[in-house]
Design a protein around this ligand. Structure first.
Ligand code: GLY
Ligand code: MN
Length: 356
């Protein structure tokens, strides 16, 4: 596991101890999937504290950590205070980005003011650059998505509801190697596809509808994410035009991706293409996001993010145009950044498909 990286942060922040509360960071640093409790790291020891529901799992999954089970009536604050007292901790770093204000107050009181170094998203940022093993897990997860999309091309038909299509996607992924979904599946048809994050409904799909499917699964702990938009039956001239603008925007962004490029410049490549076609005000979200243990990770491909891409960051590239009352198109791939470009982890066809 990656707990050594947490010690680098502790040294940089000149803290004597580090308290990890973010579930995905706990998992990344220790291997523990339970996401309940805290990690405590000091120069003297590494402790994973959790409750009785998870101790067996914690012992199996986090062999580099001492496991402490919360006793009946005991609080995590009391355990932390005891550990800090024994280790002579004066300054402890904590994850203000992953802690309720109320929880912080309770822990801070219990620890007698020793939580003095807020880490913001420092630990989340450790997860941006993936190891070769992580990349393969992400590729495996995305491969399940590719197969699910291919399956949907055979089953989508007029009269099927969005909810039925979403269930079909989810069943396929879970019976083909997925251990979970990485987010709630989106299937949006016709005018509903103008909502970027529409919830699948009982609406029956009709000939002539755009159908946008945005879905992902978790495999080996890592998330996949992809979106494809198809047309049921024949596409209209306007549908073809909108689709092709989105596709060109996606290709322009992909063309920009390589190590050393700023995230905002990748976003700009897609946004400029959509704006020049007159649809700029109909692309209201960022271009993409990092993916890993969690579906939305840093960095973001957005206007606001000047993070520089590095090899082995994994990003989605998902431009869209959403026209109220008409429908929308989004095309999303997941790519791993390389020195001079990217490796596309998504292999599904992107040219407009008109399903019979
Ligand atoms: N593909 C879903 C999302 O990125 O929000
Ligand atoms: Mn996405």
């Amino acid at each position: 596991m990656f707990y050594e990286k947490a010690y680098d942060v502790m040294r940089e922040e000149e803290a004597d101890a580090l308290v990890v509360s973010g579930g995905y960071n706990m998992r990344y640093l220790s291997g523990f999937r339970g996401a309940t409790g805290y990690l405590y790291l000091s120069g003297k020891r590494r402790v994973l504290m959790t409750d009785a529901r998870y101790t067996t799992m914690a012992r199996e999954e986090a062999p580099d950590f001492e496991i402490t089970e919360l006793a009946p009536g005991e609080t995590y604050g009391q355990i932390l205070d005891r550990l800090m007292e024994e280790d002579g901790v004066k300054k402890a770093a904590y994850e203000d980005a992953h802690m309720l204000v109320q929880t912080y107050r309770k822990l801070q009181t219990a620890c007698r003011g020793r939580l003095t170094v807020p880490l913001g998203e420092r630990l989340d940022l450790l997860r941006c650059v993936k190891t070769p093993e992580e990349l393969e897990r992400l590729a495996d997860a995305e491969a399940i998505g590719d197969r699910a999309f291919s399956h949907m091309l055979d089953v989508l038909k007029p009269g099927m509801t969005e909810l039925e299509a979403a269930a079909e996607l989810e069943y396929f992924m879970k019976t083909n190697g997925a251990e979970n979904l990485s987010f709630e599946t989106i299937v949006a048809s016709g005018a509903n596809s103008a909502m970027p994050h529409a919830m699948p409904s009982g609406k029956k799909m009709e000939a002539g509808d755009f159908v946008t499917m945005d879905f992902g699964c978790v495999c080996g702990g890592y998330c996949s994410d992809m979106t494809r938009t198809v047309v049921l039956g024949k596409a209209s001239a306007k549908q073809k035009e909108v689709y092709n603008v989105v596709l060109e925007a996606q290709l322009a962004a992909l063309d920009k991706i390589k190590s050393g490029v700023r995230c905002c410049d990748v976003d700009k490549a897609a946004r400029d293409r959509i704006s020049s076609a007159g649809y700029g005000s109909f692309f209201g979200h960022g271009l993409g996001h990092g993916v890993g243990l969690y579906i939305h990770e840093e960095p973001r491909l957005s206007r606001l993010c000047d993070t520089v891409l590095q090899p082995n960051m994994v990003q989605t590239v998902e431009p869209g145009i959403y026209l109220p009352g008409f429908g929308g198109v989004r095309i999303e791939d997941m790519v791993a950044v390389t020195e001079d470009g990217y490796r596309n982890l998504t292999h599904s066809e992107k040219k407009l498909m008109e399903l019979d």
